[in-house]
Every structure is written in C-alpha cells, then in structure tokens.
Design a protein around this ligand. Structure first.
Ligand SMILES: NC(=O)c1ccc[n+]([C@@H]2O[C@H](COP(=O)([O-])OP(=O)(O)OC[C@H]3O[C@@H](n4cnc5c(N)ncnc54)[C@H](O)[C@@H]3O)[C@@H](O)[C@H]2O)c1
Length: 440
C-alpha cells in the first residue's frame, strides 16, 4: 500500500473514533462543518467508481466528486461511458464495460450505482462483497425478495449504504413535515395520501437492431432476452414491469418512503394492500399480454392499511406530493411546497430547536451525498438506509402486485409474507435469466 493510501487509512480510522465520540454530542451543534467537508479539505479523498452513466448516474457522481475522486466509469453503452469519462475525473477516469471488472479494482472504495432498477440489487451486492461502500439510486429493488437479500448483505458485510432518496435530506420541507407530525402538531395521523402521477402509454413500438455502441444483452441483465425496442432502454425502462415498477416504484420510492417514516412504520409494513388501476395493455395472471408497448399502470388508487389504523393511499390523481391528515390538522408537502395551517402556526409557535435533528438521526440535514460521505467516516448507516427503504419499497411492490392481479392482499409485516394467496406471494420474486441470478 502506498504511503498516501496509508495516511488516508490512518485518517479514516482516527476520524471514525472522533465521530464515535460525537455520537453523544453531535458534531454540528457548535457550528462545526460536517465531517465530509474534511475529505474535500484534506485532499485525502476516497476513490470512487461510477456504474451507470445516464442522467442520474452522472448527477449523483457530480455530487460525489465534492468528496471523492472519480477514477472509473462503467456503462454497457460505450457512448455514455465515453461521455462520462469526459466529464469525470478530469477526463482521466478508466472506462469499463463490465461492472465486475470495475469492482476488481482494489483501490476503489466507493461506488455510485445509477443503472436501471433491474440491475441495482445484483451490482450492489457484488460491490459490497468486493469491499466497497455503496450509494445506489432508488428504487433500490425490483422485487420484495431483492430487498431481503440486500438487507442481509449489508448486515453481513457492514458496508455503508445510502439509497438515493434525497427527499430524506430536505430539511425545509419533508423533514419539517415529519417533525410537525412527530411533535403532535397534526394530532393523531389518520391518512397520508401519496400522489405520484401515473405512467404514460406508448402505443405499439417497433423492434430495431441495437446500436453498435450498446450491449443490449448485458443491458437486459436478469430480465428476459427480448428484441431491442429503443423505448425499452434508456430512461424509458421505467414504464416496463420487466425493468421497473412504473410510477408506483419510481416516485413511490420517494413519497411512500416519507409517509412510512412519518407514520413510524419504517421497521414494519401494512397489513392490507388493495385498490384499483388501469394499465395501458391487457393483463393475464398478473402479466402483460403484449410485448411492444409500455405496460406499467397509468392510473391507480391503492389503500395500504396499518395495524395502528393509519391509512396510506398511493394515487395518481392529485398534485405530486403528500397530503398528511391528522385529527387536529393537515399539511401538504412536495419538492416545491410545505403548506397548511400547522405550517402557518409555526410563525407564532416554532418547532423545538432540535425537532428536525431528532428526525434526522441526531444530525443536521443538508447534502444527501454529504451525509453518505460523513457515514464513511463514522461507519453508521446513512439517513436512507437499506432497512427502512426495503420496508417502503415492500409497500410499493405489494401495491403493484395487488393492481397487477386485480385483488387485495393480506400482508404479514413480521413474517414478510402475503397470506392466503400463493400466486401473489410468489410474486415477491421473479425468474432471473440464467447467468444473471441474484444471490446473497
Ligand atoms: N433520486 C432521484 O430523484 C432520481 C432521479 C432520476 C433517476 N433516478 C434513478 O436513477 C436510475 C437511473 O435512471 P436514469 O434516468 O439515469 O436512467 P438511464 O437509462 O438514463 O441511465 C441508466 C444507465 O445505466 C446503464 N446501464 C444499464 N445496465 C448497466 C450495467 N449492467 N452496468 C453499467 N451500466 C448499465 C445504461 O446503459 C444507462 O446509460 C434509475 O433507477 C432511476 O429510478 C433517481
């Protein structure tokens, strides 16, 4: 190991010890800078590999380079990898077309994963097993079983894992909404409506020959081997159940996650999930019958009931955001707004100074990526840990299973099984293409 690497290791060990002490007195109380700022200041920064070089992969890696050095980029589309190399690491990043080769680089300590959803779990598990800490985009999983596997591997490896649900670090809106609820300003919470919009329809799409720069077979990964349709691929993969869950998981990963946190259910789940939906193509036994059009739900209204009596409704038909209703008041929160009488009342009756810090696990909220890099030093799990995200995603996946089958489900959050419906329960998992199976 080189001297600079040794120095960095010593630094990490020392700062971890300091951070351990600061668990009693949070580091920011006296206006100190977040720990992650030290990475930037000391030129002693973790080496980072970027896996998936589309819009979001590039976006998160841009944020990661405040704290670490981007030394490798990987994509199955050579054009996208070239473009990312030009932007990252001063044009010096090494290019890979296979994430496994990037993970073989022992000097890389951190990876960002910005691939489509059907690749997240397999790459994340391989990365942790290769000794890397992980920042992975939401929705973390394609199925409920993937969530169980990823939680197991985080526990086994002790790797630090942040999910890219950045609303969890938004102090002025989402965290204030949660703090208002937790401080009793809304009374007993009765209903949380998560409005996340519906997926578009595409109409029939033509099969084409994949471009030379794209390895379509690799892009498909665990999903069935099918002919290339450009709108199955970059960005548009969201509207196909083969690779994603439509709006239910794309935006559910954000708003249902906030709802789950707010109602104190992020270590449990609903006991019943059911509702109505329309899909752009016909379905049989939970599967689309056409293979040339988007297939995720255009419209839906799904009720998720908890043992506590709280109802979370996932719907497409209101303004994007969460409407939180208690027996003493209600508020609406979104990426652009926080409103309602309890919010107006804050002028005369502000929240206690530490109310938001309490929500944010004893830390000061700010940059979501910074929270991840802080945790690389403290070895704590970041604010969007896999365990809570798995619970929120389970609710979204259950909602999709319910609307795909067209019937309500009974969920046991303790055993994590769908009860009395073996067909639905089997949909916790799905067949993975040979060579791309996910194992923990
Ligand atoms: N946190 C947020 O607010 C937010 C916003 C947008 C997207 N996202 C998430 O980010 C992810 C990516 O979304 P996007 O819009 O950037 O998609 P995209 O299709 O534009 O980019 C994904 C990239 O991953 C590459 N890829 C596919 N398989 C790969 C593999 N095995 N190895 C390496 N690269 C591979 C693709 O070729 C593509 O370049 C999605 O999971 C999405 O839900 C999160």
């Amino acid at each position: 190991m080189s001297t600079s690497r040794q120095n960095r290791r010593t630094f990490l060990k020392t700062t971890a010890a300091v951070a351990g002490a600061s668990a009693v007195t949070p580091y920011f109380f006296s206006g100190e800078k977040p720990l992650a700022a030290e990475f930037a200041a000391k030129n002693d920064r973790p080496l980072v590999g970027q896996i998936g070089c589309g819009g979001q992969g590039n976006g998160i890696t841009n944020r990661a380079k405040r704290y670490g050095d981007i030394v490798a980029v990987c994509d199955v589309d050579a054009h996208r990898a070239e473009q990312a190399k030009a932007k990252q690491g001063g044009g010096k990043a090494e290019i890979f077309d296979d994430y496994r080769k990037l993970l073989d680089r022992k000097d890389i300590e951190v990876v960002t994963i910005g691939t489509p959803d059907h690749w997240h779990t397999r790459i994340a598990i391989a990365a942790m097993k290769a000794g890397k800490d992980v920042y992975c985009e939401k929705p973390l999983t394609l199925t409920i079983d993937e969530g169980k596997l990823i939680c197991k591997v985080v526990k086994e490896t002790g790797k630090v894992f942040q999910v890219g649900t950045q609303q969890r670090s938004d102090g002025s809106r989402f965290l204030t909404a949660i703090a208002l609820a937790h401080q009793g300003r809304l009374g007993n919470i009765k209903t949380v409506s998560c409005s996340i919009g519906g997926a578009p329809s595409s109409g029939p799409l033509k099969k084409e020959t994949p471009p030379d720069h794209l390895n379509w077979e690799q892009w498909l990964g665990q999903a069935p081997l099918v002919d290339y349709i450009p709108r199955r691929c970059h960005y548009e993969f969201r509207w196909w159940y083969e690779y994603s869950g439509g709006k239910m998981t794309d935006w559910g990963a954000h708003h249902v996650d906030i709802a789950t946190w707010l109602i104190g259910a992020d270590d449990t789940g609903p006991i019943s999930v059911g509702g109505t939906a329309t899909h752009p193509v016909p379905f049989e036994n939970g599967h689309p019958t056409l293979d040339n059009q988007y297939n995720t739900a255009n419209k839906f209204n799904v009720s998720c009931k908890y043992k506590s009596g709280v109802e979370v409704i996932i719907r497409d038909d209101m303004d994007n955001g969460l409407l939180i209703e208690g027996d003493k008041g209600r508020i609406f929160v979104s990426r652009g707004a926080l409103k309602g009488k309890p919010v107006e009342d804050l002028k005369d009756n502000p929240l206690p100074e530490d109310a938001i810090i309490k929500v944010y696990k004893g830390k000061k909220p700010g940059d979501h990526m910074g929270n991840f890099f802080d945790c690389l030093k403290t070895r704590e799990q970041p604010i969007s840990d896999v365990f809570t995200h798995h619970r929120a995603m389970t609710t979204c996946h259950l909602a999709n299973i319910a609307i795909r089958l067209g019937r309500a489900l009974k969920w046991n959050p303790d055993t994590e099984q769908i009860e009395g419906d073996s067909e639905a329960n089997a949909m916790q998992n799905r067949e993975q293409r040979k060579g791309y199976e996910i194992e923990a």
